[in-house]
Design a protein around this ligand. Structure first.
Ligand code: ATP
Ligand code: MG
Ligand code: MG
Ligand code: MG
Length: 566
């Protein structure tokens, strides 16, 4: 590809509304463009990266015997009513009505559709085990879409679903998927960690998430350094206007066999009264829309609506006032907010109420803990951190110390069991000729989120440093003053043709630009190998080779192609 014929539109300035580095760099490199909140175009440059990720995922799923198919994005409401999720999924579900008044949803996930497929197409145990997957756009009406494609409303997911005659077969295939996922992230050269997880609205008993490790990650992971143990703490985010509050290091964990209210916990732990106030002050700002208030007040993340129904112990401490109740209480229209009396205490931080991380539950070895992070500036009378709680628990391996690190959830696998096959009555004949409900697994990967997560982990001041398997181009050819120097241009063309013929993806910058601009673009878009060609080098019989994020060196002209190919 020659830059003159490509669509390369980069920008030097950091976009004002992009908070995290991957969002900034994807915009600056011209990989994505926002169409509307949480909905993005992928430019030709961005799509190249997305397709690379997709292809690694596809190859590994194929290698695990999964069969690719394509399901519709639009799903009829009746299917979701069969499983009860039309209501359970709550406001995340984008509902659509056709001209005849029939209701549909734009699929946020496809358990219902695949189970409908299975109940028609799978008849006998002889067809099992079987796994279907697709790579397709999903839509979730996220309460607060943010960080570009990291938490988008429309995004690309690989979702896979397996069917088994019994739980042993499911457990076996789950292990295959666990290893497949590990291989995918290894091939993409990302630092990742599989962690035990809550299965949330999807359902099922056993589940693991795969996290790309990065300080900007929204999830907190408790792990044993050097050991195998790791779990998602599901630390609810502290939210501040215009800023993401850092969760404090200390998680106070209390075992809650019975639901306790926040007020009871405050009393139990004797929290300083002056820090726990009953008035929530929300500074009105552009950022502070209706959703934001509801989020803040519930100290919640979007799945807790769903969880609340299933786990009253989560609901009780999190239950505060609904947005409607608050608006009603203060008689406020959209955007205008004043002091609000709340039934629970919260912490005031810089004129902004930061509901002090009313953490959701953590599953640490099958025990529920309720974690409360009281916020940075509150001294706890007596701190019991996660480490001490778990140290008393014999199961995690290692020396009993536990560390909290941040991660980005890029994959999630579940042993679903019979939740969907039973509610939708999918039946296959077993060996004895009896009809049984197959047991199911489901396996998701956030293909588009991986692109952003990779940048969070791999960048410097100059821009993106792609892991080679994801790079949009492997080599950049950068001719210095190629528009003026015939010799330089000719050598660049020669390299371009030879590398292209050898199947190497090359971007040759043939624009009549100052070298500095050309170099900056190649660095920004993160091309791993760069060949700088100029008259001065040619006089010496060399070109300059630059490894993105690594060293520069000189390479003899004759040896360049072999060097690049090796
Ligand atoms: P999160 O906790 O980040 O909201 P989730 O648990 O709701 O994610 P799953 O239902 O497990 O998501 O979906 C499978 C994968 O899809 C996730 O592991 C994640 O990588 C990706 N994903 C989920 N929501 C989004 C989103 N809004 N934007 C981009 N990717 C997403
Ligand atoms: Mg979610
Ligand atoms: Mg999650
Ligand atoms: Mg998940």
């Amino acid at each position: 590809m020659k830059t003159s014929r490509f669509h390369l539109v980069t920008q030097r300035e950091v976009p004002a509304d992009a908070e995290i580095v991957s969002h900034q760099l994807m915009l600056r490199a011209g990989m994505i463009r926002k169409l509307t909140s949480g909905i993005y175009d992928w430019t030709p440059l961005g799509l190249k990266v997305l397709r690379k990720v997709e292809q690694v995922v596809r190859e590994e799923m194929d290698a695990a015997g999964a069969l690719e198919m394509l399901m519709p994005a639009i799903q009829p409401a009746e299917l979701w009513e069969e499983t009860g999720r039309w209501d359970d999924f709550g406001p995340l579900l984008l509902k659509i009505t056709d001209r005849a008044g029939r209701e549909f949803a734009f699929g946020p996930t496809h358990e219902e559709v695949i189970t409908e497929f299975a109940r028609a197409e799978l008849r006998s145990y002889k067809q099992l085990p079987i796994c279907f997957y697709q790579i397709q756009s999903k839509f979730r009406d996220e309460i607060r879409p943010r960080f570009g494609v990291m938490r988008a409303r429309e995004f690309l997911m690989k979702d896979g679903y397996s069917f088994h005659i019994d739980d042993e077969s499911l457990a076996e295939y789950y292990q295959v998927m666990f290893e497949t996922y590990s291989r995918i992230f290894e091939r993409l050269e990302l630092k990742f960690k599989p962690v035990k997880a809550d299965s949330g609205a999807i359902g099922g008993a056993v589940s693991h998430e795969f996290h790309v490790l990065a300080d900007s990650g929204e999830d907190a992971i408790a792990h044993v350094p050097g050991g195998d143990y790791a779990a998602n703490v599901e630390l609810a985010e502290a939210v501040a206007v215009g800023e993401r509050a850092e969760p404090s290091e200390e998680m106070r964990l209390v075992d809650t066999p019975d639901a306790k209210t926040i007020a009871e916990l405050v009393e139990q732990f004797d929290l300083p009264v002056e820090k726990t106030v009953k008035t929530l002050v929300v500074e009105a700002s552009d950022d502070c829309d209706a959703d934001f208030v509801a989020l803040l007040v519930r100290g919640d993340h979007e799945l807790n609506d769903v969880k609340a129904e299933k786990h009253p112990w989560v609901a009780a401490p999190l239950r505060m006032a609904t947005e409607a109740e608050i608006r009603d209480a203060i008689g406020a229209g959209p955007g205008s907010l004043g002091p609000v009396e709340l039934p629970i205490p919260c912490v005031i931080d810089r004129q902004v109420a930061v509901m002090s991380d009313f953490g959701a539950g953590a599953n640490v070895d099958d025990k529920h803990y309720f974690g409360i992070n009281w916020g940075r500036d509150v001294e706890l009378p007596e701190v019991t951190d996660l480490r001490k709680v778990v140290a008393g628990d014999p199961s995690p391996e290692g020396d009993g110390t536990l560390e909290i690190i941040r991660g980005i959830e890029v994959g999630h696998i579940f042993q679903l069991g019979r939740k969907y096959s039973e509610s939708m009555n999918a039946v296959v004949m077993d060996e004895g000729g009896r009809g049984v409900h197959p047991t199911m697994g489901c396996y998701g990967i956030g293909v588009s989120r991986i692109v952003a997560a990779a940048i969070e982990q791999n960048h410097d001041e100059a821009g993106i440093i792609w892991p080679e398997p994801m790079a949009p181009f492997k080599v950049a050819i950068l001719p210095i003053n190629g528009h003026k120097s015939h010799r330089t241009r000719e050598q660049a063309e020669k390299f371009y043709e030879e590398l292209t013929a050898a199947g190497v993806e090359v971007l040759m910058d043939d624009r009549p630009l100052r070298p500095g601009v050309m170099f900056a673009d190649a660095e920004l878009i993160g091309i791993p190998h760069q060949l700088v060609i100029g008259d001065r080098g040619l006089d010496k019989g060399i070109v300059e080779y630059r490894r993105r994020g690594g060293d520069n060196r000189e390479v003899e002209i004759d040896k360049t192609i072999d060097f690049i190919k090796s």
